[in-house]
Design a protein around this ligand. Structure first.
Ligand code: PLP
Length: 372
């Protein structure tokens, strides 16, 4: 039996009736663009996250771009971010005319290392864009301290971290959701994300009224009042159909995130003493969008190929760090930790309904691959 890296079908089957009611409601209403479900979803997300404003947009990428624009970031500005992410992170910074500057990562969390941020600050630095990669909250306590000290904005890339919370007992942001700590949180509802639509979708979260007002205008061609366009904006609305689907899913998100964590715990228990494998930390608040191990000693390809030969799919997120992608033509200095991890990471099958016996099977094959 083939084991994919993600199977969305069992989740759909568990909510099929509710999804079909929601879709039919939109079809019957005919309100496909900015229908009532969009506003209701925004209100429900704002309430869930405990944030003042939630603004639906067309994708996670657009949430980053519009979030940056609404924060006033553009030409001549620098934004410090992680090299170890999907390219939408750095691309969004470039697409508003600013320059991404990369600070190396912490090998335990796979996230931007606050110690590396300060050295990258210049008079042009305007913001920090941490990514909560794989669903693991970045070191927001230290990041917010640096931002405050240097007067920088913080825009969180939460594409992989819906429902993740940051825990640091001594901190005043203890237990806050990712995306509600910085000035802007940018979420993606790409189907494979923890809260996934059945198409593209994204959302901006902010407690800042002015940023919210600008973001709302930017998503509809820069118009606060229809046909009174005040600035160049975008066509970037969250579809009513997707909002209706997401409203069915939102009440399940905590249970689903808990389910992913349970799968991660099982993997960790089974892999803990396997030589050549470094398991991810079960950090508090981590929602395991991906379960990603490190395969050391140059054995990753061997392990991945052997798993594939046994019909087990895995993924490499990401084979090339953003700063080393062809688009930048080698003009960024290397980040040793990020470059090393790009050679070692391997994301294993994970979804809520994944059976313990399948996890055991995957681990068995990994052990076989390493002993060959
Ligand atoms: C998925 C993803 C995005 C982009 O989200 P889209 O909705 O696909 O535009 C941005 N950043 C990260 C880290 C992602 O994983």
């Amino acid at each position: 039996m083939k084991i994919p890296v993600l199977d969305l079908k069992p989740q759909y089957e568990s909510i099929r009736a509710d999804i079909q009611v929601a879709i039919n409601r939109v079809l019957e209403s005919g309100a496909f663009i900015m229908g009532p479900d969009v506003k209701l979803f925004e209100q429900e997300v704002a309430q869930y996250l405990g944030v003042k404003h939630a603004i639906g947009v067309n994708s996670g990428t657009d949430a980053l771009v519009i979030g940056l624009k609404a924060l006033g970031i553009g030409e001549g500005d620098e934004v410090i971010t992680t090299p170890f992410s999907f390219f939408a992170t750095a691309e969004s910074i470039g697409n508003v005319g600013a320059k991404p500057v990369f600070a190396d990562i912490n090998p335990k969390s796979f996230n931007i290392n606050p110690e590396e941020i300060k050295a990258k600050i210049t008079p042009r630095t305007k913001a920090i864009m941490p990514v909560h990669l794989y669903g693991c909250p970045a070191a927001m306590g230290q990041i917010m301290d640096i931002a405050q000290e240097y007067g920088l904005k913080v825009i969180e890339d939460c594409a992989q971290s819906f429902g993740a919370r940051f825990y640091e007992k001594s901190s005043d942001i203890n237990s806050k959701f990712t995306g509600t700590i910085g000035d802007v949180g940018a979420f993606s509802f790409f189907p494979s994300k923890n809260l996934g639509a059945y198409g593209d979708g994204g959302l901006i979260a902010t407690n800042n009224d002015q940023v919210a007002e600008l973001a709302k205008a930017l998503r509809v061609h820069g118009a606060k009042k229809k046909y009174h366009n005040e600035m160049l904006g975008y066509n970037s609305r969250l579809d009513t159909l997707q909002a209706a689907i997401l409203r069915v899913k939102l009440p399940h998100i905590d249970a689903w995130n808990d389910g992913r964590r349970k799968v991660a715990e099982i993997y960790n228990e089974l892999l803990v003493d396997v030589p050549g494998i470094i398991t991810p930390k079960l950090a508090d608040g981590h929602v395991f969008h991906q379960y990603t191990i490190r395969v050391t000693d140059g054995k990753r390809e061997q392990v991945q190929q052997y798993l594939a030969s046994q019909d087990i799919s895995t993924m490499i997120y990401y084979p090339i760090p953003q700063d080393q992608l062809p688009v930048y033509q080698g003009k960024y200095p290397v980040n040793p930790v990020s470059d090393k991890l790009a050679q070692e990471v391997l994301s294993l099958p994970i979804w809520v309904e994944l059976h313990q016996s399948t996890v055991e099977q995957v681990v068995k094959i990994i052990k076989q691959a390493l002993s060959r």
